[in-house]
Design a protein around this ligand. Structure first.
Ligand code: DGY
Length: 329
C-alpha cells in the first residue's frame, strides 16, 4: 500500500469508540444506520475498498470476491467465525483474511453456562409463568427441573471456548468429557479433569448434556446429524453457542417435539435470523438471538483487534490474526 490512508469499508455499526479511532487512522466508510448490506452494496464496497471489515451477516462468497477491485488486499473480519467468507477464493485472489479470536472466549463461555442452567432449571418457562400473572405460588411439585451437579457434559470442540466452558462446568460439579479433532495437552486434561473420547458417537451415547464449540466448516456441517442426535439418551439436552449449521436443526426440532430429547439451549440457528416456527412453539427450548459474545467490553476488544490487524497489514507487516485456510476446512 502507498502512503495514503487505506480505504476501509465497515459493513455494520461498531461501538462508537472503535469507529472514532478508525476514522482517525484510516479513510473509513461507516454504516451508521447498521442495515445489513444488500448484495449490490457489498459489491460496491469490495470494488472501492483497500480493506473490507465484514461481519458474520455478510456473505463474502466467490462471486462477491470476483467483483473486488484491484486494491482489496485485506478482509479484516469483525468476529471469530469465518464461515461466511470463501477463504479459498480469497487466497486465490491474494487477499489476506483476519479475524478476532480470544477476546470473545469468556463471554461466549458465560452464555453457554447461562443456557446450560436455563434449560434444565426451566428459567424461561418460570419467567413466562411469573409475567403471565398465572403463578399461584410455591408448591412442592411445581416447576421441577433437573439438577446439573454430578451430570456428564460432553463438549464437542475443545478449543479456547470449549476449555473455558469446561473450566466453568467443573465448578458447577459437572463431569467434563470431550471430543476434538486432536486430543488436548495432558496438562489441560488434568486441569479440567476432562475425559477424551476419540469416537464422538460413543461419547454421545453416554452424555446428559452436550455443548457445541467447534467452528462451522464443510467437515462439521450437520456434525450433529439426525443419526447422531438419536445416539443421545432421551433425557439429554443440547446447547449450541457455536454455529447453527453444526446441528441438523429440523431433526433436532422433530426430536424435541416428540420428547426424544429433553431440551435445547440455542443461541445460533441454521438460517439466522429465520427460526424454524416449530422450534418457536416448543416449551423445552431456550432460544437466544446470537448474543453469546454480545458484551460491550467484548465488542470493543473485537474492534481493537480489527484495528491492529489493519494497521499492521497496512504498515507492511503480518497481521497477528491471519486466518489460515485450514481453519475453514
Ligand atoms: C463470532 O465472532 O464468530 C461470533 O459468533 C460473534 O458472536
Amino acid at each position: 500500500m502507498t502512503n495514503r490512508k487505506p480505504v476501509v469499508v465497515v459493513t455494520r455499526k461498531l461501538p462508537d469508540v472503535i469507529e472514532t479511532r478508525m476514522m482517525e487512522l484510516f479513510d473509513t466508510k461507516l454504516n451508521l444506520d447498521d442495515h445489513p448490506l444488500a448484495k449490490t452494496e457489498l459489491i460496491e464496497a469490495v470494488k472501492t475498498a483497500d480493506v473490507l471489515v465484514p461481519t458474520l451477516t455478510d456473505r463474502i462468497d466467490a462471486a462477491i470476491l470476483a467483483s473486488a477491485g484491484p486494491n482489496l488486499k485485506l478482509i479484516a473480519n469483525f468476529g471469530t467465525g469465518v464461515d461466511h467468507i470463501d477463504l479459498a477464493s480469497a487466497r486465490q485472489r491474494g487477499m489476506v483474511v483476519t479475524n478476532t479470536p480470544d477476546v470473545l472466549t469468556e463471554d461466549t463461555a458465560d452464555m453457554t453456562m447461562a443456557l446450560l442452567l436455563a434449560v434444565p432449571r426451566r428459567l424461561s418457562e418460570g419467567e413466562r409463568l411469573v409475567r403471565s400473572g398465572d403463578w399461584v405460588g410455591w408448591s412442592p411439585t411445581s416447576m421441577l427441573g433437573h439438577r446439573i451437579w454430578g451430570k456428564r457434559l460432553g463438549i464437542i470442540g475443545m478449543g479456547r471456548i470449549g476449555q473455558a466452558v469446561a473450566r466453568r462446568a467443573k465448578g458447577f460439579g459437572l463431569a467434563v468429557h470431550y471430543h476434538n479433532r486432536k486430543r488436548v495437552h495432558p496438562e489441560i486434561e488434568t486441569e479440567l479433569e476432562a475425559t477424551y473420547w476419540e469416537s464422538l458417537d460413543q461419547m454421545l451415547a453416554r452424555m446428559d448434556i452436550v455443548s457445541i464449540h467447534c467452528p462451522h466448516t464443510p467437515a462439521t456441517y450437520h456434525l450433529m446429524s439426525a443419526r447422531r442426535l438419536k445416539l443421545l439418551p432421551a433425557h439429554a439436552i443440547v446447547i449450541n453457542t457455536a454455529r447453527g449449521e453444526v446441528i441438523d436443526e429440523n431433526a433436532l426440532t422433530r426430536m424435541l417435539a416428540k420428547k426424544e430429547l429433553a431440551g435445547a439451549g440455542l443461541d445460533v440457528f441454521e438460517n439466522e435470523p429465520a427460526i424454524n416456527p416449530k422450534l418457536l412453539a416448543l416449551d423445552n427450548v431456550v432460544l437466544l438471538p446470537h448474543m453469546g459474545s454480545a458484551t460491550i467490553e467484548g465488542r470493543i476488544d473485537m474492534g481493537e483487534k480489527v484495528i491492529i490487524n489493519i494497521k499492521t497489514f497496512s504498515d507492511g507487516h503480518h497481521p497477528p490474526d491471519r486466518v489460515l485456510i485450514s481453519q475453514g476446512q
